[in-house]
Design a protein around this ligand. Structure first.
Ligand SMILES: O=C(O)CCC(=O)C(=O)O
Ligand SMILES: [Fe+2]
Length: 389
């Protein structure tokens, strides 16, 4: 485990009068997180379904940490892509050029690709963005004087910008988990990077994901799908996502009220998702979750990708957060699923001796994909059709 003790001290110091409460909260959260029985390697039953004990723990807590899923080479591959990508980021929220004067990575994008924040800010909290689901504003500590004016927090449509992320998206064990939880006809959701650089990375205020099915007569704990969160550098109490275990089962939570009752944004019962590099979290989208600004010394980059049950998406009027609201029909789902087809092929090229994942909807439809320059072109703006529910 990463030793976050120095970061906990440094982070708490940003909280002024509340420094000692913050320090205690971070330390307690870390301790409570490590006491939960929800981490270990991915394992399957003989019939190929996810191990019963993992399934049960995931259902109980709403998240589970798969340890050591990405090996050193795969992590290195992602890091190299991230470093390259960073050099091609626009110089600021309104810019179309990167620092070297060339076109930024998203200069031609029609879709939303970067969400920016002031350093250590909370760009979503207390706003109407994303259907107002981020109901409260987190405390925004003052960043140091040398911090940039704006920092990228979320990169959307990541598969079009990073081949390494594309390959990880087709990790055969992870797709097998997706199949086990959402059925063999599982559908994609969206893919993103959450970027939390030390001393500047912004907060993601407390929220529950999911828009469309809270009042559904078929509501259950799985109806809004899940996210995989692959940790490139690991994650700690200071820079990681915090969750309130079990809240994925209880429906929509009045977060404003909860924070008022608690007397601060340090919600009772929450724990940080503590990971080593290469761990991949499965996190129920309905769980109450959020992350504090990264006032510590360790970076966090999460390679985030989610999946749904097909029945949650088909015929559903999209939630409008990650893409224009539209009714998702077979054609849109099939088109959006090409990301899975390209990813499996891209992964095959890099890992020829690995048994690739076989996606049942392609087998049934007799569809095959290739990964080449024209498929890369075809992925441009693919996230305009994220299956946002
Ligand atoms: O990574 C974070 O800080 C927030 C992630 C999140 O909200 C999500 O994956 O839904
Ligand atoms: Fe979220």
């Amino acid at each position: 485990m990463i030793d976050a003790s120095k970061s906990i001290e440094a982070c708490a110091a940003y909280y002024g009068e509340e420094a000692s409460s913050m320090k205690e909260y971070l330390l307690n959260g870390e301790k409570n997180a490590l006491a939960l029985e929800n981490r270990g390697p991915i394992s399957f039953e003989d019939n190929g379904s996810l191990s019963k004990s993992i399934r049960e723990a995931y259902s109980k807590y709403g998240f589970y940490i798969f340890e050591d899923v990405l090996d050193q080479d795969e992590l290195e591959d992602i890091k190299i892509d991230l470093e390259n990508l960073r050099t091609q980021f626009p110089t600021g929220p309104e810019s179309l050029v990167s620092a070297d004067g060339g076109p930024a990575m998203n200069a031609e994008s029609k879709s939303l690709t970067l969400v920016w924040s002031k350093p250590l800010g909370d760009p979503l909290g207390g706003t109407e963005l994303a259907n107002g689901r981020h109901q409260v504003k987190m405390f925004e500590p003052e960043a140091k004087d040398d911090a940039p004016m704006a920092v990228p927090l979320i990169l959307l449509g990541s598969l079009q910008f990073s081949d390494a992320c594309l390959r990880t998206y087709a990790h055969p064990k992870l797709l097998k988990v997706a199949e086990s939880i959402n059925g063999e006809d599982f559908a994609p959701f969206n893919e993103a990077l959450f970027i939390k650089e030390p001393g500047i990375g912004a907060a993601v205020s407390w929220h529950q994901d999911g828009v469309t099915h809270w009042d559904s007569e078929n509501f259950d704990e799985e109806i809004h799908g899940f996210n995989f969160m692959a940790q490139v550098y690991g994650s700690t109490a200071v820079n990681g996502v915090w969750v309130v275990p079990g809240t994925h089962k209880v429906g929509k939570i009045d977060i404003k009220k909860l924070v008022k009752e608690t007397g601060s944004e340090r919600i009772d019962g929450a724990v940080p998702i503590v990971c080593n590099p290469g761990d991949v979290v499965i996190c129920n989208r309905q769980i109450l979750h959020g992350s504090f600004p990264n006032c510590g010394f360790e970076p966090r980059v999460t390679v985030n990708f989610g999946f749904h049950k097909r029945s949650s998406v088909i015929g559903t009027q999209g939630g409008g957060i990650h893409s224009e609201a539209q009714v998702f029909d077979d054609e849109i789902i099939e088109r959006r699923s090409r990301s899975i087809g390209y990813a499996i092929e891209a992964r095959k090229i890099k890992y020829p001796s690995e048994k690739p994942y076989s996606y049942k909807p392609f087998v049934d439809a007799g569809k095959s994909y290739q990964w080449n320059q024209s498929s890369r072109e075809d992925l441009k703006d693919y996230n305009l059709e994220d299956l946002s529910i």
